[in-house]
Design a protein around this ligand. Structure first.
Ligand code: ATP
Length: 233
């Protein structure tokens, strides 16, 4: 579904991505793990089109998209839930969700709202409340829900577990797993490597802008280098 080939990106002289290549197949959850500053966010932003690239290619369903406007990538089926959630605090939960539907008149909007409310019932219960009154975990659910409102084929999730208590991390990742059964493909960026690799079909390790390892989620979880560097074992 998604093929990234030798992708490079920089901030001025800082090379954030150096010839990164990876693949996400339809129906997979792929985890991208790595420490602070490794380039994970930059890679997601390059795929969604808000970060310029210097070289390399991004193919989505066989089409080169690395020069395509971000909104057209959403239309193609790529939707990102950004790091730090970035929900609109004064707006209600429902209005935040509606902002994620890229066409206001889209007949599927109500069905998508219902889908998000089914996935995260707490959002349905509180649909009229301002987003700023939600807990961190609920705001994360809202950010994922908003990304789902565009009806993506590929969901890009940036650190959905950041700052959340373990129980909420489990809830969010269980939701990602249930999206897989509905056919939604996910590229999941996480510093919480153990939680991400545990639900991932495959994973990649990114270190200072390079992919250094790849394998199944289970193989990476078992790998001594991954265990020492990212799992604190
Ligand atoms: P984190 O988990 O902290 O978000 P990350 O793996 O997502 O880390 P990036 O945020 O992609 O890493 O950053 C990759 C590199 O690019 C880092 O060296 C970072 O300092 C640098 N960088 C990121 N954003 C900018 C920016 N706006 N201007 C300059 N340098 C940046």
């Amino acid at each position: 579904m998604l093929t990234v080939e030798a992708l490079s990106s920089s901030y001025g002289r800082i090379m954030a991505l150096r010839e990164v290549s990876l693949e996400v197949k339809a129906g997979e959850i792929v985890a991208l793990v790595g420490s602070n500053g490794a380039g994970k966010t930059t890679l997601l932003r390059a795929i969604s089109g808000v970060q310029p690239v210097r070289g390399g290619r991004i193919l989505f369903e066989g089409e080169a998209i690395e020069k395509m406007e971000p909104h057209l990538r959403v239309v193609r089926g790529i939707s990102q839930s950004p790091e730090g959630r970035q929900v609109f605090g004064p707006l209600s939960i429902e209005d935040n969700l509606k902002l994620g539907a890229y066409r206001r008149q889209d007949a599927r909007r109500q069905a998508r709202l219902d889908h998000v409310y089914g996935l995260f019932p707490v959002l349905a219960e509180r649909r009229r409340t301002p987003a700023m009154s939600l807990s961190g975990g609920q705001q994360q659910m809202l950010a994922i829900g908003r990304a789902l409102m565009a009806g993506p084929k590929l969901l890009l999730l940036d650190e959905p577990s950041l700052g959340l208590a373990p129980l909420l991390v489990d809830q969010i990742l269980a939701a990602v797993t249930s999206l897989r059964t509905e056919g939604i493909t996910t590229l999941l960026v996480e510093q919480n490597a153990s939680a991400a690799l545990a639900i991932a079909d495959r994973g990649y390790v990114l270190e200072t802008g390079h992919i250094t390892m790849e394998g199944t989620g289970a193989a990476l979880l078992d790998d001594p280098k991954v265990r020492a560097a990212y799992l604190g074992l």
